[in-house]
Design a protein around this ligand. Structure first.
Ligand SMILES: C[S@@+](CC[C@H](N)C(=O)[O-])C[C@H]1O[C@@H](n2cnc3c(N)ncnc32)[C@H](O)[C@@H]1O
Length: 211
């Protein structure tokens, strides 16, 4: 097998460990959008995740020129992920691999079931906002909306997170460029229209309509 680009050298591992610790979550349920080789998934599982949905296309289409140059290859990442998955399952961990687009994965995860949602897929403003809008209703009241790449290297992600801060308050950020917002949510169904959610009910202007 050719070599695999390492997503998370030590410093990036530490940052994500801090995120998990700071949420205070124990035995939590998480969905990770963008799992690649499973490095971050490993950190969540070490950090006492009870159930983890790992969502990734593992397809070349998701890679840009730069990624190709540094040697990222989705089939190698997937093979590495599968190797880790085998170990996790043999240890009795509840990990669900969803090889599909994040939008298709929505139907595999129950509404209001996640303690933590971690977005680390495409680094465009549109993709981050689309993930948040579509997946927000999956988070339990009192859960956390989180992700990666709040850094000047990924300005579109920063723009998205800064815009989210207008609704959720300032994000907590970490040494690996991870970020999170505690999400105080209430869920309502307006006009019996399933999939409508209302965020931060004390502020009725913050109404988001899910797709
Ligand atoms: C930066 S990597 C994830 C790294 C991983 N979280 C870690 O820290 O080790 C981004 C991943 O997102 C996946 N991805 C991009 N767009 C996606 C989409 N629309 N649906 C599912 N996965 C997607 C890519 O295939 C890629 O493996």
């Amino acid at each position: 097998m050719s070599s695999l680009y390492v997503m998370r050298p030590n410093i990036k591992t530490d940052g994500l460990c801090h995120l998990v610790k700071e949420t205070g979550l124990q035995d939590f349920t998480i969905a990770e959008i963008g799992s690649f080789a499973g490095e971050s998934a490993q950190i969540f599982l070490n950090g006492s995740a009870k159930k983890l949905y790992a969502i990734d296309l593992w397809m070349p289409i998701t890679y840009n020129e730069k990624s190709e140059r540094i040697g990222v290859r989705p089939h190698i990442a997937e093979a590495k992920f599968d190797q880790r998955l085998e170990t996790w399952l043999s240890e009795g961990k509840d990990v669900v691999k969803l090889k599909m687009d994040m939008m298709d994965a929505l139907s595999h995860v129950a509404d209001h079931s996640l303690d933590l949602l971690y977005i680390d897929a495409e680094h465009t403003y549109e993709a981050v906002m689309a993930a948040v809008r579509a997946w927000l209703c999956k988070i339990k009241p009192g859960g956390f909306l989180a992700g990666h790449d709040y850094s000047s290297y990924h300005k579109p992600v920063m723009k998205a997170v800064d815009e989210l801060a207008e609704r959720f308050g300032p994000p907590r950020t970490f040494g690996d460029a991870s970020w999170f917002f505690p999400v105080t949510v209430e869920w309502v169904h307006v006009h019996n229209h399933k999939g409508v959610c209302c965020v931060n009910l004390e502020d009725y202007e913050n109404v988001w309509i899910t797709p």
